[in-house]
Design a protein around this ligand. Structure first.
Ligand SMILES: CC(C)(COP(=O)(O)OP(=O)(O)OC[C@H]1O[C@@H](n2cnc3c(N)ncnc32)[C@H](O)[C@@H]1OP(=O)(O)O)[C@@H](O)C(=O)NCCC(=O)NCCS
Length: 195
């Protein structure tokens, strides 16, 4: 993806503040934390996340952490840990990917530990990131894509003000091999700047 000068001059910060949580760029050494959270939440993650097709070995999670750190520097993708303000507890992850700097547009993906759902943390993180992308990166479009059956993820998008644009039928296969429809949600600067 071509990067523009604006993105070079306004780098996405390694730490983004929300109220009860903050986002911190994934870095070398985070593999232990990430693997533990994925293992704890595997039953749920494997239903919805294509990458969660097996419980990762520690080395795989650490490879993800190191690749994420490199991609953050090269501005290809931005993976963050979601950490609780009070005690730095790891709540889950959020990533910015499918980035087109020429627009600019971004796609957001997220997951929470199963034990940390039901508190509004995902919505809070999405709002904080969208606010930053509209203000600092001059984003013109932010997307969330999810399995049509993933009611929890669709609810995050809707709570954060995203509009359902399309449902792509037979768009992909889930980890069990079944066909899935994909919802596309989008948010634009007009609504996003209110965040
Ligand atoms: C998708 C996912 C992150 C949603 O998690 P979630 O906890 O339901 O979403 P939020 O953190 O925004 O919390 C919203 C819930 O907390 C409640 N809540 C409590 N306090 C809240 C607050 N201060 N603000 C907002 N919501 C609050 C809401 O009422 C809502 O509960 P409900 O679902 O019973 O209506 C989670 O289900 C998940 O990790 N799933 C597996 C991975 C996945 O599917 N990722 C998305 C792939 S596209």
């Amino acid at each position: 993806m071509m990067r523009n000068l604006y993105a070079e001059l306004h780098p996405i910060p390694e730490r983004i503040e929300a109220s009860r949580l903050y986002l911190r760029a994934v870095q070398m050494g985070d593999g232990v934390l990430i693997r533990a959270a994925v293992e704890d939440s595997f039953e749920q993650l494997s239903r919805w996340m294509p990458w969660a097709n097996h419980v990762p070995a520690l080395s795989e999670s650490e490879t993800f952490a190191r690749e994420s750190a490199a991609q953050f520097r090269s501005k290809e993708e931005f993976n963050f840990l979601l950490l609780r303000q009070d005690d730095d507890y790891h709540l889950g992850n959020l990533g910015l990917h499918s980035i087109h700097w020429d627009v600019p547009r971004f796609e957001i993906g997220y997951w929470l530990r199963s034990s940390q759902q039901g508190h509004g943390y995902a919505t809070e993180a999405v709002r904080a990131v969208c606010g930053l992308l509209f203000r600092e990166q001059k984003a013109e479009r932010i997307e969330i894509r999810c399995d049509d059956r993933n009611i929890g993820s669709a609810a995050v998008a809707e709570r954060a003000g995203f509009t359902l644009e399309a449902i792509l039928r037979n768009h992909a296969r889930d980890n069990a091999g079944g066909l899935r429809n994909t919802r596309i949600y989008a948010l634009f600067p007009e609504t996003g700047k209110l965040l």
